[in-house]
Design a protein around this ligand. Structure first.
Ligand code: 6CS
Length: 315
């Protein structure tokens, strides 16, 4: 039989590399086949999510940036400066987090989804048409964000005019000037050529891009234990593969961008310059507790405990 797996990126981008490793593992260790559907083949992120919930797809990769409306607690990933910047700490957090491995799965299950894993895709950076040194530079800047209410709040606090859009509309909107900014990891800014339609990249260290892989719950629950173990093992292999794959990827991608567009500026904000952005975290956190669903407080507390444990294990 053939299992269908859709994701939000191209085959050679991070989600595609993860999916290819998963497929390779499944096919090497069983008679099942995995058919991959990259971005653009089955619609936007919201479309593939619906298809996974209805069972047309067995697997889907959707980022919390788009899951926030479905599972309000998933918005926690948009509290700025919550996730660590240290890669080792970050990986340790994703692997061992009780919030991710124990608290989130029942929330996904309520939506007909078996949460298989969450993994980081890299430091999120702002791309804009004007230089950004502080929140005042975002005044009047129409800034595209994923369709996530807390991310909208976060960019309001940063001083911008947030504009939620599905991914497929972003390049065109930058090109025509409907928006003047957006945020994404360096690999994605490079591979999608978004650098062509922006002039400045700003690193403020406010977040790392989190994504999630799920199975249709009825499909997963209906499998023999052997097949469930096969899937869980393939996910573990793909997780280790994708964290190793991303080693040095951010810097490599920024180099490629500089080569392709010599006029681009890439600026890492100093601690001092970051301070006003960091100062918004408290308000955004309070907003999360307001709009983040019944378990917002529990999730946030557990995340913080897990992050402390990851910092301790690495430090
Ligand atoms: O910005 C977005 O919408 C997209 N960014 C990444 C890194 N992956 C998929 C997502 O659709």
């Amino acid at each position: 039989d053939t299992w269908r797996y859709a994701f939000e990126e191209a085959m050679d981008e991070v989600q595609g590399k993860f999916a290819q490793k998963f497929k390779e593992e499944i096919e090497a260790n069983s008679d099942h086949q995995v058919q991959l559907f990259p971005f653009g083949t089955l619609g936007e992120s919201s479309d593939i999510m619906e298809q996974a919930q209805s069972g047309i797809l067995q697997f889907v990769d959707q980022s919390p940036g788009f899951t926030g409306a479905l599972i309000p607690e998933a918005q926690v990933f948009f509290v700025p400066y919550l996730l660590p910047q240290d890669e080792g700490e970050l990986v340790s957090f994703f692997k061992n987090s009780k919030a991710i491995n124990e608290l989130f799965p029942p929330l996904y299950a309520e939506q007909g989804l078996e949460l298989l894993t969450m993994f980081p895709e890299g430091e999120v950076m702002m791309t804009t048409t004007g230089p950004v040194k502080g929140p005042e530079d975002l005044n009047e800047v129409k800034f595209r964000v994923m369709t996530n209410p807390l991310l909208v709040e976060s960019y309001k606090s940063f001083g911008a005019t947030p504009t939620p859009l599905p991914w497929g509309e972003v390049y065109g909107a930058l090109q025509t000037g409907i928006i003047q900014g957006q945020e994404n990891p360096a690999f994605f800014i490079e591979s999608t050529k978004m650098y062509e339609v922006t002039d400045h990249i700003t690193r403020l260290g406010h977040n790392n891009f989190t994504t999630a892989v799920m199975a249709n719950l009825d499909f997963y629950d209906g499998l023999e234990e052997d097949d469930q173990n096969l899937i869980d093992d393939a996910i573990d292999v793909a997780f280790d593969y994708i964290t190793a794959y991303q080693d040095g990827l951010t810097e490599k991608s920024l180099e490629k961008i500089k080569e392709a567009k010599t006029s681009i500026t890439i600026t890492t904000l100093t601690e001092e310059e970051r301070a006003p952005f960091m100062a918004t975290a408290q308000d955004v956190e309070a907003e999360f507790l307001d709009i983040g669903g019944d378990q917002a407080q529990e999730i946030l507390d557990q995340m913080k405990a897990d992050l402390n444990a990851a910092a301790g294990a690495e430090g």
